[in-house]
Design a protein around this ligand. Structure first.
Ligand code: TYM
Length: 331
């Protein structure tokens, strides 16, 4: 059976981008593959969280994984820092990761632009740690959104380079995976790019947002003054809202508003109201479980302990092989 690995950074609450880009696939994949879904708390250190909130943000992601429907009996749910073998593999892979290729990574360049005073080595080698996460379980499928595609390419580069370097066909190639025909990119509400936590709270609809909060954010989303020519192309901010509607609403609803737009009869107030209601309904089953699961400390602890145990077992085996391949021998 093929192995699947994916993770989400522990930045706290999950948004619709995380859900439609990654988690929806996790939920289906857990029935078909050997799955490892983790919370990337080591990766989150690249942007310096404080000791006061690190634990809570990790716990929140565990709770939301469970609330979204990841079943700890089917998939292995673990916290990245609990399986320290990944740090060892990260070190080995770093020896064969070149400065030039790391500097060229889009995610690195974006981070440098956004935070020029915090360009740390962890940020530069972020894709190496990500490759270590995937190669640690010798996974072949990685459910992620479109923004992670380049990291998957780098993972294949590092795995193949290791194989060539040590003349062992050890790491398989891993590919980004989605059940839809292409990788998903969920836009944010600000009319610009993707939904993402670093783009600010107003840009994201969180799975844990109350219906009132969702309505408020959606009604505030940027729109223009409306179409004036029949069948005209939609400007970015309007296209983004339609793209969001495509994931939470029925095809009939999308077709209805599309027709109104094309006839220049759309009223953005009605359009946004419908979008907000469909977002409320789409997130309702998850939202209603978040609180109950979060209140059950014993359950959350049990899930995390069980996941660490299972993930370590797979990780230990890989590290043992890798040490041998590299040439470390016992005395
Ligand atoms: P992160 O935490 O930024 O995002 C987690 C997952 O959510 C997806 N995602 C989106 N998909 C579509 N539209 C969006 N607007 C959107 N925003 C986020 C991401 O593509 C991702 O799948 N580097 C990873 C975490 C990671 C990882 C790994 C993933 C660490 N190690 C190993 C896979 C395998 C990250 O920062 O994701």
């Amino acid at each position: 059976m093929e192995t699947v690995v994916s993770g989400i950074r522990s930045t706290g609450k999950l948004h619709l981008g995380n859900y439609y880009g990654a988690i929806k696939n996790f939920i289906r994949m857990q029935d078909e593959f050997n799955c490892y879904f983790f919370i990337a708390d080591l990766h989150s250190l690249t942007t310096h969280p404080t000791p006061e909130n690190l634990h809570d943000t990790v716990r929140q992601v565990v709770v939301e994984y469970l609330a979204a429907g990841i079943d700890p009996e089917k998939a292995t749910i673990y916290v990245q820092s609990h399986v320290t073998e990944v740090i060892e593999l990260y070190l080995y892979l770093n020896m064969n990761a070149y400065l030039g290729e790391l500097e060229r990574a889009t995610s690195f360049k974006d981070k440098v632009r956004a935070n020029p005073d915090n360009v740390n080595a962890g940020l530069l080698t972020y894709p190496v740690l990500m490759a270590a996460d995937i190669l640690l379980h010798r996974a072949t499928k990685v459910p992620v959104g479109k923004d992670q595609e380049q990291h998957l390419e780098m993972t294949r580069t590092f795995g193949n380079r290791f194989n060539r370097m040590y003349k062992h066909d050890y790491f398989p190639e891993a590919f980004a995976f989605s059940y839809s025909d292409k990788l998903i990119k969920i836009p944010g509400l600000d009319g610009k790019g993707k939904m993402g936590k670093s783009e600010g709270d107003a840009n994201c609809v969180y799975l844990s947002d109350s219906p009132e909060a969702i309505r408020k954010k959606v009604m505030k989303a940027k729109t223009d003054s409306g179409p004036t020519i029949e069948n005209q192309q939609k400007p970015q901010e309007i296209q983004n809202l339609f793209d969001l509607m495509k994931v939470v609403s029925t095809p009939d609803t999308v077709a209805h508003f599309d027709e109104l737009y094309n006839k220049c009869e759309i009223r953005y107030g009605d359009f946004k109201k419908q979008l907000a209601e469909d977002m409320v309904s789409a997130t309702e089953p998850i939202r209603s479980r978040i609180e109950a699961i979060s209140a059950d400390d014993a359950y959350v602890s049990r899930v995390v302990a069980m996941g660490a145990e299972k993930a370590r077992e797979s990780a230990r085996k890989t590290i043992k092989d890798v040490r041998e391949i590299i040439g470390f021998r016992s005395f």
